[in-house]
Design a protein around this ligand. Sequence first.
Ligand code: NAD
Length: 387
Amino acid sequence: MKEIIGVIGAGTMGAGIAQVAAQAGHAVVLTDTNPEQLLKAQQQINGSLDKLAEKGKINPDEAEQIKQKLKYSTQLSDHSAAGLVIEAIVENLSVKHQVFQQLEQAVSSSCVLASNTSSLSIAAIGSCLNDASRFMGIHFFNPATLMPLVEVIPGVATAAEHTEKIENLIASWNKTVVVCKDTPGFIVNRVARPFYGEALRIYEEGIADFATIDWAMTTIGGFKMGPFTLMDYIGNDINYTVTETVFAAFYYDPRFKPSFTQKRHMEAGFLGRKSGRGFYAYTEGSSLPQPIANPELGKQIFERILVMLINEAADAVFMQVASPSAVDLAMTKGVNYPKGLLAWADELGASWVLEQLEKLFTEYGEDRYRPNPLLRRIAREQSKFIL
Ligand SMILES: NC(=O)c1ccc[n+]([C@@H]2O[C@H](COP(=O)([O-])OP(=O)(O)OC[C@H]3O[C@@H](n4cnc5c(N)ncnc54)[C@H](O)[C@@H]3O)[C@@H](O)[C@H]2O)c1
Protein backbone atom coordinates (compact mmCIF):
# COMPACT_ATOMS: atom_id res chain seq x y z
CA MET A 1 0.00 0.00 0.00
CA LYS A 2 1.21 3.51 -0.78
CA GLU A 3 2.17 5.59 2.22
CA ILE A 4 0.03 8.42 3.48
CA ILE A 5 1.18 11.90 2.47
CA GLY A 6 0.61 14.90 4.71
CA VAL A 7 0.55 18.48 3.41
CA ILE A 8 0.49 21.48 5.76
CA GLY A 9 -0.87 24.75 4.39
CA ALA A 10 -3.84 24.69 2.03
CA GLY A 11 -2.85 27.79 0.04
CA THR A 12 -1.66 28.10 -3.57
CA MET A 13 1.10 25.53 -3.25
CA GLY A 14 -0.27 23.17 -0.59
CA ALA A 15 -3.55 22.55 -2.41
CA GLY A 16 -1.68 21.79 -5.65
CA ILE A 17 0.81 19.45 -3.95
CA ALA A 18 -2.01 17.59 -2.17
CA GLN A 19 -3.79 17.09 -5.50
CA VAL A 20 -0.61 15.82 -7.18
CA ALA A 21 -0.04 13.25 -4.38
CA ALA A 22 -3.68 12.10 -4.43
CA GLN A 23 -3.60 11.74 -8.24
CA ALA A 24 -0.49 9.59 -7.78
CA GLY A 25 -2.60 7.21 -5.67
CA HIS A 26 -1.73 8.28 -2.11
CA ALA A 27 -4.12 8.92 0.71
CA VAL A 28 -3.51 12.58 1.56
CA VAL A 29 -4.17 14.62 4.67
CA LEU A 30 -4.20 18.38 4.02
CA THR A 31 -4.14 20.58 7.12
CA ASP A 32 -4.39 24.33 7.62
CA THR A 33 -5.11 26.46 10.68
CA ASN A 34 -7.72 28.34 8.65
CA PRO A 35 -10.90 26.25 8.02
CA GLU A 36 -12.05 28.64 5.29
CA GLN A 37 -8.81 28.08 3.41
CA LEU A 38 -9.35 24.31 3.67
CA LEU A 39 -12.81 24.65 2.19
CA LYS A 40 -11.44 26.80 -0.61
CA ALA A 41 -8.70 24.24 -1.30
CA GLN A 42 -11.26 21.41 -1.36
CA GLN A 43 -13.44 23.31 -3.84
CA GLN A 44 -10.42 24.11 -5.98
CA ILE A 45 -9.15 20.52 -6.03
CA ASN A 46 -12.59 19.04 -6.70
CA GLY A 47 -13.18 21.59 -9.46
CA SER A 48 -9.85 20.77 -11.03
CA LEU A 49 -10.54 17.00 -10.92
CA ASP A 50 -14.02 17.54 -12.43
CA LYS A 51 -12.42 19.52 -15.25
CA LEU A 52 -9.91 16.73 -15.92
CA ALA A 53 -12.82 14.28 -16.08
CA GLU A 54 -14.79 16.59 -18.44
CA LYS A 55 -11.77 16.82 -20.73
CA GLY A 56 -11.47 13.01 -20.69
CA LYS A 57 -8.01 13.09 -19.08
CA ILE A 58 -9.28 10.87 -16.24
CA ASN A 59 -12.56 8.99 -16.02
CA PRO A 60 -15.30 10.30 -13.69
CA ASP A 61 -15.00 7.30 -11.32
CA GLU A 62 -11.31 7.96 -11.00
CA ALA A 63 -12.01 11.63 -10.22
CA GLU A 64 -14.35 10.54 -7.40
CA GLN A 65 -11.79 8.05 -6.07
CA ILE A 66 -9.11 10.75 -5.98
CA LYS A 67 -11.49 13.09 -4.11
CA GLN A 68 -12.07 10.33 -1.54
CA LYS A 69 -8.33 10.01 -0.98
CA LEU A 70 -8.11 13.57 0.35
CA LYS A 71 -8.89 14.41 3.96
CA TYR A 72 -9.05 18.01 5.14
CA SER A 73 -8.26 18.90 8.74
CA THR A 74 -7.24 21.74 11.05
CA GLN A 75 -5.31 19.33 13.34
CA LEU A 76 -1.58 18.74 12.91
CA SER A 77 -2.03 15.50 14.90
CA ASP A 78 -3.90 14.08 11.88
CA HIS A 79 -0.50 13.60 10.23
CA SER A 80 0.34 10.83 12.73
CA ALA A 81 0.16 8.00 10.15
CA ALA A 82 2.01 9.85 7.36
CA GLY A 83 5.17 8.54 5.68
CA LEU A 84 5.99 12.02 4.33
CA VAL A 85 4.72 15.45 5.38
CA ILE A 86 5.36 18.48 3.13
CA GLU A 87 4.97 21.92 4.69
CA ALA A 88 3.73 24.76 2.47
CA ILE A 89 2.77 27.52 4.91
CA VAL A 90 3.76 31.18 5.09
CA GLU A 91 7.43 31.92 4.23
CA ASN A 92 8.50 32.78 7.78
CA LEU A 93 11.25 30.91 9.63
CA SER A 94 9.87 31.22 13.16
CA VAL A 95 6.34 30.14 12.10
CA LYS A 96 7.81 27.17 10.22
CA HIS A 97 9.85 26.26 13.33
CA GLN A 98 6.73 26.26 15.52
CA VAL A 99 4.91 23.99 13.08
CA PHE A 100 7.80 21.53 12.66
CA GLN A 101 8.39 21.26 16.40
CA GLN A 102 4.74 20.34 16.92
CA LEU A 103 4.73 18.07 13.90
CA GLU A 104 7.78 16.13 15.10
CA GLN A 105 5.84 15.14 18.22
CA ALA A 106 2.88 13.95 16.15
CA VAL A 107 4.54 11.74 13.51
CA SER A 108 6.38 8.40 13.64
CA SER A 109 10.19 8.38 13.78
CA SER A 110 10.37 7.07 10.19
CA CYS A 111 8.24 9.84 8.70
CA VAL A 112 10.17 12.14 6.33
CA LEU A 113 9.56 15.86 6.87
CA ALA A 114 9.94 18.45 4.13
CA SER A 115 9.46 22.12 3.35
CA ASN A 116 8.35 23.67 0.07
CA THR A 117 10.20 26.89 0.94
CA SER A 118 11.45 29.02 -1.97
CA SER A 119 13.92 31.20 -0.14
CA LEU A 120 14.73 29.96 3.36
CA SER A 121 17.67 27.69 4.02
CA ILE A 122 16.87 24.01 4.56
CA ALA A 123 19.54 23.86 7.26
CA ALA A 124 17.88 26.74 9.12
CA ILE A 125 14.38 25.25 8.99
CA GLY A 126 15.61 21.78 9.98
CA SER A 127 17.64 23.10 12.92
CA CYS A 128 14.52 23.13 15.13
CA LEU A 129 14.08 19.35 14.84
CA ASN A 130 15.46 16.69 17.19
CA ASP A 131 16.18 14.56 14.14
CA ALA A 132 17.03 16.73 11.12
CA SER A 133 18.41 13.72 9.23
CA ARG A 134 14.91 13.05 7.91
CA PHE A 135 14.27 16.65 6.84
CA MET A 136 14.80 18.20 3.39
CA GLY A 137 13.42 20.70 0.88
CA ILE A 138 10.92 19.54 -1.74
CA HIS A 139 10.38 22.57 -3.95
CA PHE A 140 7.40 22.44 -6.32
CA PHE A 141 6.69 25.15 -8.89
CA ASN A 142 3.45 27.06 -9.32
CA PRO A 143 1.01 25.63 -10.36
CA ALA A 144 2.16 22.35 -8.78
CA THR A 145 -0.36 20.30 -10.75
CA LEU A 146 1.03 21.51 -14.09
CA MET A 147 4.71 22.30 -13.62
CA PRO A 148 6.77 19.13 -14.08
CA LEU A 149 9.86 20.19 -12.09
CA VAL A 150 10.52 19.44 -8.43
CA GLU A 151 13.81 20.42 -6.77
CA VAL A 152 14.80 18.05 -3.93
CA ILE A 153 17.18 19.75 -1.53
CA PRO A 154 18.99 17.80 1.18
CA GLY A 155 20.34 19.99 3.98
CA VAL A 156 23.70 19.45 5.67
CA ALA A 157 22.00 17.19 8.24
CA THR A 158 19.87 15.15 5.81
CA ALA A 159 20.63 11.41 5.56
CA ALA A 160 21.35 10.23 1.99
CA GLU A 161 18.90 7.32 2.28
CA HIS A 162 16.01 9.74 2.83
CA THR A 163 17.02 11.90 -0.15
CA GLU A 164 17.15 8.86 -2.38
CA LYS A 165 13.78 7.61 -1.16
CA ILE A 166 12.11 10.98 -1.78
CA GLU A 167 13.76 11.36 -5.19
CA ASN A 168 12.20 8.06 -6.26
CA LEU A 169 8.87 8.82 -4.64
CA ILE A 170 8.42 12.21 -6.30
CA ALA A 171 9.59 10.81 -9.65
CA SER A 172 6.79 8.23 -9.31
CA TRP A 173 4.34 11.19 -9.15
CA ASN A 174 5.16 11.89 -12.79
CA LYS A 175 7.49 14.76 -11.93
CA THR A 176 11.00 15.58 -13.14
CA VAL A 177 13.20 15.57 -10.05
CA VAL A 178 16.51 17.40 -9.73
CA VAL A 179 18.60 17.18 -6.59
CA CYS A 180 20.46 20.32 -5.61
CA LYS A 181 22.52 21.81 -2.83
CA ASP A 182 20.99 23.96 -0.10
CA THR A 183 22.11 27.31 -1.56
CA PRO A 184 20.07 30.51 -2.14
CA GLY A 185 17.45 30.16 -4.88
CA PHE A 186 18.34 26.47 -5.28
CA ILE A 187 18.67 26.02 -9.10
CA VAL A 188 15.82 27.79 -10.88
CA ASN A 189 15.43 30.91 -8.75
CA ARG A 190 19.19 31.48 -8.91
CA VAL A 191 19.99 30.66 -12.55
CA ALA A 192 16.97 32.62 -13.87
CA ARG A 193 17.98 35.92 -12.20
CA PRO A 194 19.81 37.39 -15.25
CA PHE A 195 16.73 36.81 -17.42
CA TYR A 196 15.14 39.64 -15.46
CA GLY A 197 18.20 41.50 -14.17
CA GLU A 198 20.05 41.86 -17.47
CA ALA A 199 16.84 42.79 -19.31
CA LEU A 200 16.23 45.55 -16.75
CA ARG A 201 19.84 46.71 -17.07
CA ILE A 202 19.58 46.89 -20.87
CA TYR A 203 16.45 49.01 -20.46
CA GLU A 204 18.09 51.23 -17.83
CA GLU A 205 21.02 51.91 -20.15
CA GLY A 206 18.53 53.11 -22.77
CA ILE A 207 19.53 50.43 -25.26
CA ALA A 208 15.92 49.35 -25.86
CA ASP A 209 12.42 49.64 -24.44
CA PHE A 210 10.44 46.85 -22.71
CA ALA A 211 8.62 45.74 -25.86
CA THR A 212 11.80 45.53 -27.92
CA ILE A 213 13.62 43.49 -25.25
CA ASP A 214 10.62 41.13 -24.99
CA TRP A 215 10.49 40.85 -28.79
CA ALA A 216 14.21 40.01 -28.93
CA MET A 217 13.90 37.25 -26.33
CA THR A 218 10.80 35.65 -27.86
CA THR A 219 11.29 36.12 -31.60
CA ILE A 220 15.05 35.80 -31.77
CA GLY A 221 15.72 33.82 -28.58
CA GLY A 222 12.74 31.45 -28.77
CA PHE A 223 11.68 32.05 -25.15
CA LYS A 224 7.93 31.59 -24.57
CA MET A 225 7.64 34.96 -22.85
CA GLY A 226 9.82 38.05 -22.74
CA PRO A 227 11.26 39.15 -19.37
CA PHE A 228 8.94 42.16 -18.91
CA THR A 229 5.80 40.21 -19.84
CA LEU A 230 6.92 37.47 -17.45
CA MET A 231 7.69 39.90 -14.60
CA ASP A 232 4.20 41.37 -15.09
CA TYR A 233 2.76 37.85 -14.80
CA ILE A 234 4.77 36.94 -11.70
CA GLY A 235 4.15 40.36 -10.13
CA ASN A 236 6.86 42.97 -9.67
CA ASP A 237 6.48 42.73 -5.88
CA ILE A 238 7.12 38.96 -5.86
CA ASN A 239 9.87 39.02 -8.50
CA TYR A 240 11.66 41.98 -6.90
CA THR A 241 11.53 40.31 -3.46
CA VAL A 242 13.04 37.08 -4.83
CA THR A 243 15.87 39.09 -6.43
CA GLU A 244 16.50 41.06 -3.26
CA THR A 245 16.47 37.87 -1.14
CA VAL A 246 18.91 36.08 -3.46
CA PHE A 247 21.13 39.21 -3.60
CA ALA A 248 21.32 39.43 0.21
CA ALA A 249 21.77 35.66 0.60
CA PHE A 250 24.77 35.78 -1.76
CA TYR A 251 26.39 38.42 0.46
CA TYR A 252 25.52 41.15 -2.05
CA ASP A 253 27.30 39.66 -5.03
CA PRO A 254 26.82 42.30 -7.79
CA ARG A 255 25.69 39.56 -10.21
CA PHE A 256 22.35 39.57 -8.41
CA LYS A 257 21.96 43.32 -7.84
CA PRO A 258 18.25 44.31 -7.94
CA SER A 259 17.06 47.05 -10.30
CA PHE A 260 15.76 50.50 -9.40
CA THR A 261 13.41 50.35 -12.35
CA GLN A 262 11.66 47.30 -10.95
CA LYS A 263 11.71 48.69 -7.43
CA ARG A 264 10.09 51.94 -8.57
CA HIS A 265 7.41 50.01 -10.47
CA MET A 266 6.72 48.01 -7.33
CA GLU A 267 6.62 51.14 -5.16
CA ALA A 268 4.23 52.83 -7.56
CA GLY A 269 1.89 49.86 -7.32
CA PHE A 270 2.65 48.87 -10.92
CA LEU A 271 2.73 45.22 -9.89
CA GLY A 272 1.78 43.72 -13.23
CA ARG A 273 -1.35 41.97 -14.47
CA LYS A 274 -2.86 41.68 -11.00
CA SER A 275 -2.88 45.46 -10.48
CA GLY A 276 -3.87 46.31 -14.06
CA ARG A 277 -0.50 47.87 -14.79
CA GLY A 278 3.12 46.81 -14.60
CA PHE A 279 5.69 47.40 -17.30
CA TYR A 280 2.69 47.30 -19.61
CA ALA A 281 -0.93 48.44 -19.13
CA TYR A 282 -3.61 45.75 -18.91
CA THR A 283 -6.75 47.79 -18.33
CA GLU A 284 -9.52 47.62 -20.88
CA GLY A 285 -8.79 49.51 -24.02
CA SER A 286 -5.04 49.57 -23.51
CA SER A 287 -2.83 48.05 -26.14
CA LEU A 288 0.68 46.69 -25.97
CA PRO A 289 3.46 48.90 -27.38
CA GLN A 290 5.15 47.82 -30.59
CA PRO A 291 8.80 46.75 -30.51
CA ILE A 292 11.52 48.21 -32.70
CA ALA A 293 11.97 45.07 -34.72
CA ASN A 294 15.58 45.68 -35.68
CA PRO A 295 17.25 42.26 -36.09
CA GLU A 296 20.73 43.55 -35.26
CA LEU A 297 19.58 45.24 -32.05
CA GLY A 298 17.46 42.18 -31.18
CA LYS A 299 20.41 39.84 -31.61
CA GLN A 300 22.60 42.04 -29.42
CA ILE A 301 19.96 42.07 -26.64
CA PHE A 302 19.27 38.34 -26.82
CA GLU A 303 22.95 37.37 -26.84
CA ARG A 304 23.75 39.60 -23.88
CA ILE A 305 20.98 38.09 -21.74
CA LEU A 306 21.76 34.56 -22.91
CA VAL A 307 25.47 34.70 -22.05
CA MET A 308 24.61 36.06 -18.60
CA LEU A 309 22.20 33.15 -18.09
CA ILE A 310 24.83 30.67 -19.26
CA ASN A 311 27.39 32.23 -16.90
CA GLU A 312 24.99 31.76 -13.98
CA ALA A 313 24.23 28.16 -15.00
CA ALA A 314 27.99 27.51 -15.21
CA ASP A 315 28.43 28.99 -11.74
CA ALA A 316 25.75 26.67 -10.28
CA VAL A 317 27.70 23.71 -11.69
CA PHE A 318 31.07 25.17 -10.68
CA MET A 319 29.85 25.60 -7.08
CA GLN A 320 28.47 22.01 -7.11
CA VAL A 321 24.85 23.13 -6.64
CA ALA A 322 23.79 20.54 -9.20
CA SER A 323 25.09 18.57 -12.18
CA PRO A 324 25.10 20.18 -15.68
CA SER A 325 22.21 17.96 -16.81
CA ALA A 326 20.20 18.76 -13.64
CA VAL A 327 20.68 22.50 -14.25
CA ASP A 328 19.52 22.13 -17.85
CA LEU A 329 16.53 19.99 -16.85
CA ALA A 330 15.59 22.50 -14.14
CA MET A 331 15.50 25.44 -16.56
CA THR A 332 13.59 23.61 -19.30
CA LYS A 333 11.06 21.92 -16.96
CA GLY A 334 10.84 24.58 -14.25
CA VAL A 335 10.65 27.77 -16.33
CA ASN A 336 10.10 26.44 -19.86
CA TYR A 337 13.36 27.66 -21.37
CA PRO A 338 13.55 26.58 -25.01
CA LYS A 339 16.87 24.80 -24.45
CA GLY A 340 19.07 23.83 -21.55
CA LEU A 341 21.47 26.73 -20.98
CA LEU A 342 24.57 24.53 -20.85
CA ALA A 343 23.59 22.53 -23.92
CA TRP A 344 23.07 25.94 -25.56
CA ALA A 345 26.58 26.98 -24.50
CA ASP A 346 27.95 23.75 -25.99
CA GLU A 347 26.17 24.52 -29.24
CA LEU A 348 27.46 28.09 -29.41
CA GLY A 349 30.90 27.10 -28.14
CA ALA A 350 32.20 27.99 -24.68
CA SER A 351 34.88 30.22 -26.29
CA TRP A 352 32.25 32.34 -27.99
CA VAL A 353 30.26 32.70 -24.75
CA LEU A 354 33.44 33.60 -22.88
CA GLU A 355 34.37 36.18 -25.50
CA GLN A 356 30.98 37.91 -25.15
CA LEU A 357 31.30 38.04 -21.36
CA GLU A 358 34.85 39.34 -21.57
CA LYS A 359 33.67 42.14 -23.87
CA LEU A 360 30.98 43.11 -21.34
CA PHE A 361 33.48 42.90 -18.48
CA THR A 362 35.97 45.11 -20.33
CA GLU A 363 33.28 47.60 -21.35
CA TYR A 364 31.74 48.00 -17.90
CA GLY A 365 34.53 46.95 -15.53
CA GLU A 366 31.87 45.52 -13.24
CA ASP A 367 32.18 42.30 -11.28
CA ARG A 368 28.67 41.46 -12.44
CA TYR A 369 30.12 40.43 -15.82
CA ARG A 370 33.06 38.34 -14.58
CA PRO A 371 33.21 35.08 -16.53
CA ASN A 372 32.86 31.94 -14.46
CA PRO A 373 36.06 29.87 -13.99
CA LEU A 374 34.35 26.69 -15.22
CA LEU A 375 33.36 28.47 -18.44
CA ARG A 376 36.98 29.59 -18.85
CA ARG A 377 38.21 26.05 -18.25
CA ILE A 378 35.80 24.52 -20.73
CA ALA A 379 36.67 27.15 -23.34
CA ARG A 380 40.39 26.61 -22.79
CA GLU A 381 40.09 22.83 -23.06
CA GLN A 382 37.67 23.14 -26.01
CA SER A 383 35.44 20.81 -24.08
CA LYS A 384 31.69 20.75 -23.37
CA PHE A 385 29.47 21.12 -20.31
CA ILE A 386 27.29 18.15 -21.21
CA LEU A 387 29.50 15.20 -22.16
N1 NAD B 1 3.42 30.74 -4.51
C1 NAD B 1 4.45 30.26 -5.22
O1 NAD B 1 4.60 30.54 -6.41
C2 NAD B 1 5.44 29.35 -4.54
C3 NAD B 1 6.23 28.51 -5.35
C4 NAD B 1 7.11 27.61 -4.74
C5 NAD B 1 7.22 27.59 -3.35
N2 NAD B 1 6.44 28.44 -2.59
C6 NAD B 1 6.58 28.33 -1.12
O2 NAD B 1 5.47 27.57 -0.63
C7 NAD B 1 5.08 28.03 0.66
C8 NAD B 1 3.61 28.42 0.63
O3 NAD B 1 3.41 29.43 -0.31
P1 NAD B 1 1.95 29.74 -0.92
O4 NAD B 1 2.16 30.70 -2.03
O5 NAD B 1 1.22 28.48 -1.15
O6 NAD B 1 1.30 30.51 0.34
P2 NAD B 1 -0.23 30.85 0.61
O7 NAD B 1 -0.23 32.14 1.34
O8 NAD B 1 -1.04 30.71 -0.63
O9 NAD B 1 -0.69 29.67 1.59
C9 NAD B 1 -0.17 29.50 2.88
C10 NAD B 1 -1.20 28.71 3.69
O10 NAD B 1 -0.60 28.36 4.94
C11 NAD B 1 -1.57 28.51 5.94
N3 NAD B 1 -0.87 28.69 7.21
C12 NAD B 1 -0.21 29.76 7.64
N4 NAD B 1 0.32 29.51 8.86
C13 NAD B 1 -0.01 28.25 9.18
C14 NAD B 1 0.27 27.39 10.28
N5 NAD B 1 0.97 27.84 11.31
N6 NAD B 1 -0.22 26.14 10.25
C15 NAD B 1 -0.94 25.69 9.20
N7 NAD B 1 -1.23 26.46 8.12
C16 NAD B 1 -0.77 27.70 8.11
C17 NAD B 1 -2.40 29.70 5.53
O11 NAD B 1 -3.69 29.67 6.14
C18 NAD B 1 -2.46 29.52 4.03
O12 NAD B 1 -3.59 28.77 3.65
C19 NAD B 1 6.05 29.14 1.01
O13 NAD B 1 7.10 28.61 1.78
C20 NAD B 1 6.55 29.62 -0.34
O14 NAD B 1 7.84 30.16 -0.27
C21 NAD B 1 5.56 29.30 -3.15
